[in-house]
Design a protein around this ligand. Structure first.
Ligand SMILES: NC(=O)c1ccc[n+]([C@@H]2O[C@H](COP(=O)([O-])OP(=O)(O)OC[C@H]3O[C@@H](n4cnc5c(N)ncnc54)[C@H](O)[C@@H]3O)[C@@H](O)[C@H]2O)c1
Length: 383
């Protein structure tokens, strides 16, 4: 399969490139280093220094004999994106190339405007490039469970049938996000759905929960292939952050009462889910939606798990219920469905003590790199 991975330098994009390349597919990656530059600007760089994308593709090529083609550029530039589509003629395009941080989108107006512009124009450009160059190409876009928010009803996988005044119809599940970033993901889904209805394209939208983990089978072989592992408030996801906080002797930053409940998954399962979506694609004219999570935890439960495993390893892990910088429910009903990817063949890696211990051990090696100033900045939703 010819696969084009947009955002191929990222936490998810890079290991995805290796996952597909390792299975014999022809992989092209694109990135504009937004994430690298933004983390430098905000003094929150990843735990391990990562060689640039061209260098990493070279390291992978030397180790495996497999070539990953790299383009450095901004996909909101339509001419650039078109040239990449013409060169790579993808059968599958995987869209990771967005501003992925809720706190980043809430820093100020400029960062909010950037998030809207970057995330919506990138999706729009992909839709146009597919229509113009490869209309059969399957678009796989990363959405987020955050699109649904925390409704007081069960969360379906993307769609809901509503019976009203004696008539029935099927609609996108109601969505009400808790940050500007998550709101752009809702708008992304709406953009895709509009063009699928209008032009008959095909897409899978993966409503993913927060991902944790450092390694995949392909990245474990060489530290220089490790994805950008963030532990800071801006780009780090909660479990990755807690592991680093525990190792740094920094009390785990539970926001408010800590009853915030979400669906999570291991980085290795992101690989599986995206691969399953690519190899078992949506039909022409279909917007297929999966909820991409494997387990549901509250923040308190995650903190307690990290504390328990940390203590076993000899660390004195404290938990601090700090004032919540976000505006969100701290205790709420949460019951998402997530059976679609299992039915497609997903074999989940669950969050066991062994998995947590493995993460502790991996981070321990780089403990000296931890920048405590990056851990908590207190970016407020309401000022
Ligand atoms: N990591 C998670 O836990 C998680 C959870 C749910 C959804 N997602 C979604 O998955 C996708 C990837 O997330 P991630 O964690 O890998 O983020 P990331 O920031 O590590 O990766 C995104 C990559 O896209 C690049 N990029 C951004 N805008 C670009 C542009 N205009 N042109 C070219 N490249 C651009 C960035 O430089 C970065 O390398 C995002 O859409 C995010 O919303 C991530």
């Amino acid at each position: 399969m010819k696969v084009l991975i947009l955002g191929g330098d990222g936490y998810l994009g890079w290991p995805t490139a290796l996952y597909f390349s390792g299975r014999g597919h022809q992989v092209t990656v694109v990135d504009n280093y937004f994430r690298r530059n933004a983390s430098m600007e905000l003094d929150c760089e990843p735990l391990l220094p990562t060689p640039n994308l061209v260098q990493r593709a070279g390291i992978w090529g030397e180790a495996t004999g497999r070539r990953i083609e790299v383009f450095i550029g901004d996909i909101t530039n339509y001419e650039f994106l078109l040239s990449v589509f013409r060169r790579s003629e993808p059968e599958t395009v995987i869209h990771y190339a967005e501003q992925p941080s809720a706190p980043y989108s809430m820093i100020n107006r400029d960062k909010a405007a950037f998030t809207v512009q970057n995330n919506l124009i990138s999706t729009l450009n992909i839709v146009y490039a597919v229509k113009e160059i490869v209309p059969d190409c399957h678009i796989i876009k990363l959405g987020t469970m955050g699109e649904y928010g925390t409704p007081n009803i069960d969360i379906e996988e993307g769609w809901i049938e509503i019976a009203y005044n004696g008539r029935k119809d099927k609609f996108l599940f109601p969505r009400q996000a808790g940050s500007l970033y998550h709101t752009t993901k809702i708008q992304d889904t709406d953009l895709l759905w509009f063009y699928i209805r209008t032009w008959g394209l095909r897409a899978t939208d993966l409503m993913q929960g927060p991902v944790y983990g450092i390694f995949t089978d392909e990245t474990r072989t060489d530290d220089r292939l490790t994805p950008n592992f963030h532990y800071d408030e801006v780009f780090g996801t909660v479990l990755n952050r807690f592991i680093v906080q525990a190792l740094a002797g920094y009390p785990l930053t539970v926001y408010g009462r800590g009853g915030q409940t979400r669906g999570y998954l291991n980085l290795m399962d992101t690989m599986q889910c995206v691969y399953l979506a690519a190899t078992k694609p949506a039909g022409q004219g279909e917007l297929r939606i999966f909820n991409q999570v494997t387990e549901v935890f509250s923040v308190n439960e995650l903190a307690e798990k990290v504390q328990a495993v940390g203590s076993k390893l000899g660390y004195d892990v404290k938990i601090d219920n700090i004032e919540n910088p976000r505006k969100e429910e701290e205790e709420h009903y949460y019951n998402p469905k997530y059976t679609g990817l299992i039915e497609l063949g997903l074999k989940p890696h669950y969050l066991t003590d062994d998995v947590l211990e493995d993460m502790f051990r991996a981070v321990e090696k780089y403990k000296d790199n931890i920048n405590v100033n990056a851990i908590f900045k207190g970016i407020k939703w309401v000022r």
